[in-house]
Design a protein around this ligand. Structure first.
Ligand code: SF4
Length: 426
């Protein structure tokens, strides 16, 4: 069981991937987070790969919880959003003000202030181009869709995904449906129709991904399965004949040996390669969307590894000295770095002899997640391992870099304020 609202520590990522069917990251995106394997897992990333290779439209979706600080530990999701936006993705960002109200008791007014001051201005300062940023509480399409999605799940499922008990209030229980609607509404007709959508997340958010992917499939008329043969099943229509014929005609043009069965509401095709599944699903979704306003492609996801906090454990708002906030005063950030834990040895002599342990060093994580020069980061790693690098020097160097970057960001944040209306949709 993973609790997305309170998972507080590192996971055994490989076990989690095995237990919940999260795939290895197997697409070579040209960004250091991917090159350095800091993005460890994915769900149906082949959809995004396919759309990029064929120059098709795709969505990029993320949300922000307007509580606490935006810090380096949650920055890598935005780094990915900006990366995918530059590749042509259409970005939507949900301010989860209904969720912060229901799960943390934060008023909508406070949530708005925190979202703008601590998060959105930083996103723009980091280089996010104009996109759709909205508040859950003001988006009636999201609320309507959440209501409709409620018809496709039940308490048993929500209990097993989230561990809800009889004492959880209904607002909290409803919040995963709002999250699902956040991601899926970008595929509604008025937002451009069905399209692959990538959602960068931490592993602790996987229950949301599992739920929204299942809900997306349950809203579809056509569902595809692959078991050597391709099976397209037709769901939810009183008279499925028209849809069965539609799928049959489409598949017959591409493959031999296609059969339809009205009684079992399926179309079966032999000799289909697994690589063809994405294009088949996209084509069928395109056809279905003329009849079904809720035609969704199950969202894809990338899963990032947690950044270490400067005091050990994960970087978290509940331990202020463990994190570097993007709103930190550069001097304060320097102080925290200089007081941070390292993977160094007890004495300089031992460090020269045995080398340090960058894999368990929060200071090395600052290089790994924040310095985009691969060669230099590898040099830091190797020099540490070989005992050529001392922790004091390392801390001073990365503190200089980080405080310089924070000063720059501070200036850009003020310029960003002028552009807010290009982003925030009321
Ligand atoms: S030398 Fe740098 S990377 Fe190595 S353990 Fe010390 S602080 Fe960490």
């Amino acid at each position: 069981m993973i609790n997305p609202w309170s998972s507080s520590d590192f996971f055994d990522y490989e076990r989690l991937k095995r237990d919940f069917g999260i795939g290895d990251m197997n697409v070579d995106f040209d960004h250091f987070l991917f090159r350095r394997h800091l993005i460890l897992g994915q769900r149906s990333i082949e959809y995004i790969d396919y759309t990029l290779k064929h120059n098709l439209k795709f969505n990029v979706m993320t949300g922000l919880m307007p509580s606490g600080e935006m810090h380096l530990g949650n920055k890598s999701a935005i780094d990915q959003v900006i990366f995918f936006q530059r590749l042509g993705g259409r970005v939507s960002i949900a301010v989860a003000d209904l969720e912060s109200y229901s799960t943390r008791g934060i008023s909508l007014e406070k949530a708005r202030e925190v979202a703008i001051e601590k998060y959105i201005l930083n996103y723009i300062a980091m280089g996010l181009e104009p996109c759709e940023i909205y508040f859950q509480s003001r988006n009636s399409d999201v609320q309507f869709l959440a209501y409709m999605l409620g018809n496709r799940t039940n308490m048993n499922e929500l209990r097993s995904l989230y561990g809800f008990t009889d004492t959880h209030d209904l607002l909290h229980i409803n919040s995963p449906l709002i999250q699902a609607a956040d991601v899926l509404h970008t595929q509604m007709k008025k937002y451009g129709g069905p399209a692959p959508t990538v959602v960068p997340v931490g592993f602790d958010q996987d229950p949301h991904l599992r739920l929204m992917r299942d809900l997306a499939k349950r809203m579809r008329v056509f569902n595809i399965q692959y078991d050597r043969d391709l099976i397209v099943s037709v769901k939810g229509k009183d008279d499925p004949k028209e849809f069965i014929d539609m799928a049959y005609d489409y598949l017959s043009k591409r493959f031999d040996g296609v059969k339809k069965d009205y009684e079992y509401r399926v179309v079966r095709a032999e000799g289909v390669n697994q690589e063809d599944l994405v294009s088949i699903d996209l084509d069928l979704a395109g056809m279905e969307s003329h009849y079904n306003d809720f035609t969704f492609i199950a969202p894809s996801a990338t899963y990032q590894k947690l950044m270490k906090g400067l005091k050990g454990g994960k970087m978290s708002s509940s331990v202020p000295d463990s994190l570097i906030s993007l709103n930190d005063d550069p001097k304060n950030a320097r102080r925290k770095i200089m007081a941070g834990m390292t993977g160094g040895r007890d004495t300089e002599e031992e460090q020269r002899k045995l080398g340090g342990e960058p894999d368990r060093c929060p200071i090395f994580d600052l290089y790994n997640y924040e310095v985009d020069d691969d060669r230099y980061v590898k040099e830091v790693y190797d020099d540490c391992r070989n005992g050529k690098r001392m922790c004091g020097f390392c801390k001073r160097e990365i503190a200089d870099r980080m405080s310089g970057w924070l000063s720059e960001l501070q200036k850009k944040r003020e310029e960003a304020r002028e552009k807010l209306s290009l982003y925030v949709h009321e």
